[in-house]
Design a protein around this ligand. Sequence first.
Ligand code: PMP
Length: 345
Amino acid sequence: MTYNTGISNNILDLIGNTPLIKLNKITKKLPGNFYAKYEGFNPGHSMKDRIALHIIEEAERQGLLKEGSTVIETTSGNTGFSMAMVSIIKGYKCILAVSSKASIGKINMLKAMGAKVYVCPAHVKADDPRSYYEVAKRLHTETANSLYINQYFNKLNAEAHYNSTGPEIWKQTNGELTHLIAASGTGGTISGVSKYLKEQNPNIKTLGVDAFGSILKKFHETGEFDKNEIYPYRIEGLGKNLIPTATDFSVIDVFEKVTDESAAHRARELAVTEGLFTGYTSGAIIQAAIQYAEKGMFDENSKVVLILPDHGSRYMEKIYSDDWMKEQGFFDAKKQAHEEVEFIK
Ligand code: PMP
């Protein structure tokens, strides 16, 4: 990790050590101070760089990967990009099974990073042979010398964040944070970071962010896997229709659900208030912070760290497209933080 201290040996040297940035406007009306851990600063533009590097290097240590091996993963985009980036430097082939929810831009990005991409239907059950989980499993059995990363069920996922993101946040806040807010998809980020932080100070509260249409919140509260909670939603990367073993529910204090619409508007607002150009789930996390504040979670002494998972460039055809917003029925001229484009003829 040699950010800004001279020559980096390769792009992987720049993974981690992301900045913690005070939010000055978007959370102004809320009690306490709010800080964004901006994971879009990673070279692959998301926090998934951390798990890609850790899981691949751990597999190398265990002798599971050798030159010419193939790395296989299921991904909504970010993990795939990071896996492809690490594979390039390490000399591995990379196969990715992607949900059809991912934008064409994301898929093209994976191709640009040398990966072979399979696009699988998003709205089928996890055990359907067409789901990206099942497609990845099949490709793994069919491909010699392949490693299936399986981020939803791989304990190294949370370990990557326990080893890096957690200690970084602790140091950057001088151990003074009171709350952590993080999204949960695989649960790797929230579980690894929360475990580390609670070991340093058990009073730190970890607030999860889930989506309407996902089962995580209800499962956390009741231990029940309620199929009725599951329905399609648009936010990419957060919430789940299964229970990932990568999630340690015991280190999450509470979950809050957010809507697709509110998360999209908050991401757009974050760009024009703080100059932070982030992804869809970052908008969800800001929205959740506001909902938690409305429920009385914070006071003037609260120091709240929000992990913003990725960069906004991956969402140009989605939340940053007025056409897409209109198609979803989200477009509200009064709420638009964006200036209209004027075409000079
Ligand atoms: N936000 C985005 C944009 C993601 O890609 C992911 C990963 N699925 C998450 C949030 C959730 O992170 P995690 O998988 O570590 O729970």
